[in-house]
Design a binder for this molecule. Structure first.
Ligand SMILES: Cc1cc2nc3c(=O)[nH]c(=O)nc-3n(C[C@H](O)[C@H](O)[C@H](O)COP(=O)(O)O)c2cc1C
Length: 220
């Protein structure tokens, strides 16, 4: 690197939050964080937030070291937040060995962040297959072709593997994967963070309490 410490110059003047942000009154928030999440997700879509269903999924590896990557939120049910991947990928192996995860959404146009922590369960064979069959044929071919995140020799290896798996998919109706898995993060804690132009950011933390949820404000 030619110039030490260039970040300040590169991002000088780039705003983090817009001037206008949606209102959020934590005192009037619903009893369930799932209802508030759906409300915020709808607002993010209405505000044209790019990929509002893209979420950072954090896991821990076998040494207890953190790992993180972006995935797509597939659904939200009474059981929790669903994402999907191959169980033989690094994240899949990590979630199998340590079924705990954190999810973080950031919706810049709304100045909003949502953090979720909880235990992880895996889908049934039927649930995993239903999600797999909804995927684009090339996405399915990639899953069938090889282990996600294992070393790739070159682009030609990828193209040949995808091509032959797409042929298999076209020849066999409903061809299934043995690895594609829906992972459900059952929330123990969900925190909603709303930026404030005067930096008095609002934070509302929901934690499980009996059958319901405890709500508390946090210092920004
Ligand atoms: C916007 C976006 C969405 C993604 N969605 C998924 C997804 O739903 N499932 C998935 O396995 N990988 C998804 N990826 C790729 C992952 O970020 C990651 O590169 C890959 O899953 C390998 O992760 P791992 O080595 O930690 O297992 C997505 C990447 C981006 C940027």
């Amino acid at each position: 690197m030619s110039d030490p410490g260039p970040i300040r110059d590169i991002v000088r003047g780039v705003p983090v939050f817009p001037d206008e942000m949606p209102p959020f009154d934590p005192v009037a928030a619903p009893a369930s964080p799932l209802d508030l999440f759906l409300d915020w997700l709808r607002t993010a879509v209405a505000d044209d937030v790019a990929a509002p269903h893209a979420v950072h999924l954090a896991t821990v590896d076998e040494d207890g070291a953190p790992d993180a990557r972006v995935v797509i939120l597939k659904d939200l049910t009474e059981d929790g937040f669903q994402v999907a991947s191959s169980k033989d990928s690094p994240k899949g192996r990590q979630l199998t060995a340590t079924p705990k995860a954190a999810l973080t959404f950031f919706w810049p146009a709304a100045g909003r962040q949502v953090r979720i922590r909880g235990g992880v369960s895996t889908g049934t064979t039927e649930e995993n297959d239903a999600d797999f069959q909804r995927r684009h044929p090339v996405a399915r071919a990639l899953v069938l072709a090889g282990s996600q995140s294992s070393p790739l020799q070159d682009r030609a290896e990828l193209d040949a593997a995808v091509e032959s798996q797409v042929e298999r998919i076209e020849a066999t109706e409903g061809l299934a994967s043995t690895t594609w898995t829906v992972f459900t993060v059952a929330p123990d804690a969900v925190e909603f963070w709303q930026a404030d132009q005067e930096r008095r950011h609002a934070r509302l933390l929901y934690t499980r309490f009996g059958e319901g949820w405890r709500r508390e404000l946090l210092w920004p």
